[in-house]
Design a binder for this molecule. Sequence first.
Ligand code: ADP
Ligand code: GN1
Ligand code: MG
Length: 368
Amino acid sequence: MMNEELQIREVCNRFQLQGEYRNYEVINSGHINTTYKVYFFRDGEIKDYILQRVNTYVFKEPVEMMDNISSVTEYVRAKIKATGISAKRYVLHYSTTVDGDYYTFLPDGGFWRCCRFIDDSMSFLKPESSKIVEESGKAFGEFEAYLADYPVQKLNIVIPHFHNTVKRYETFKEAIVNNFAGRAKSVDAEIREYLDLEEMATRLYRMQKLGQLPLRVTHNDTKTSNVLFDAATGEHLSVIDLDTVMPGLVAHDFGDAIRVAASTGEEDEKNLEKVALDMEKYEAFTRGFVGTVGSLLTEEEKKTLSLGAVAMTVECGMRFLTDYLDGDKYFKIHYPDQNLVRARCHLVLAKDMIKRLDEMQHIVEKYL
Ligand code: ADP
Ligand code: GN1
Ligand code: MG
C-alpha cells in the first residue's frame, strides 16, 4: 500500500489541476470520509484543493453519488450566474480527471474526488454566534430554493432509506437483538427511552408516505460544519458535503441543522446538564432558513418544520446507539464510548425539544 503522501500526489496527477503540488494537511471534522487540504502553487500564489477519499463502506455507489453532485452543482451554478454574480465562492466546483470523470479509483480500491478550495472561507463545528447560525439557515434555505425546480426523480438514491425513520427503528431493533458488541444490557435504559420516542420520530416519514408531505431535493446532512462562511464578514458562502443530496423532507433538513446549531452542548457533550435547546440560536436559524425558503413550502410542510428537529435528533441519536451496539462500525470515534455519549446527549436534547415544541413552531410561524 502506498503511503499517504504518495497516494495524494498520485490522485492529484490524475485530476486536471492547475499549478504545482506543495504539501497537504488532514481535515478531521467529519465522521465519514477522509478529507485533505492540498496546497498548490500557481503564478506565485497558493491555490488549494480539497481531496477526499470517500468511505465506500457508507457510500456503496460512489459513482452515482458523484453523478448527483455534479449535476446539482452545475444546476446551482447556472442559477447563481444568471443573477449576474460569480458563482466561484457560492457553489462547489469539482475537478475532472484527464478522462473527464469526477472521480478516480486507486489500485487499493480507494475512491477519490477533488474540488477547489474556497478561498478565505471558514467553517464551524459548533457556531458560537447567532449571526453564524442565521447565515447557515440562509445557506441551506437558498440551496433548497435553487433546487426547488430540479427534477427530484432524476437523483440517484445514494443511501437507500437514509432518513426513513421507520426503517431506522427496524435496524435499531435488529441491532438490539443481534447485540454484536455484547453491550445491549448495559444500555437498557437508553434503548427503552429511544423506543418510547418511536411514534413521534417517525410521524413525518409516515406523513410523506401518505402523500401529505412532498419529496424535494434536500441536502440531508445539514450540520453547521457543512457550510462555508466568509472569513472576513461571516456571511454564508457555499453549502458543502453534498454526498447525501437526495429526495427528502424539508423538515428533516431544518431539523438536522437545529440538532447541531441550536444545542447548548457539543454533539458528544458528556455533562448532560449542559445539553438543552438554545432558543436564541433556534430562532436565528429559523429566521435564516424560513426567510429564504419558507414561501415555497406547502401548508403541511410549514406546520411540521419544528417536528423535524425532534425527528432528526432522535434518529441521529438512535443511529449513534445502533452503531454502539454494532461495535462502532459506521461513525468515526475518537474515544471508546463516544457513540454512547453522543446517543445520551441526543436523548436529552430531543426531550427538551419535545417540551418546547409549541414555542418552536410559534417561532417558525413568526418568520413565514
Ligand atoms: P466530511 O465528509 O468529512 O464531513 P466535508 O466535505 O464536510 O467532509 O469537509 C470537511 C471540512 O473541510 C469542512 O467542514 C470544511 O472545513 C473543509 N472544506 C471542505 N470542502 C471545502 C472547500 N471546497 N473549500 C474550503 N473548505 C472546505
Ligand atoms: C455524518 O459526514 P458527516 O460527518 O457530515 C452522517 C450524518 C450524521 C452526522 C452526525 C453519510 O455526517 O448522517 O447526521 O455524521 N453522514 C452519513 O454528526 O451518514
Ligand atoms: Mg461534513
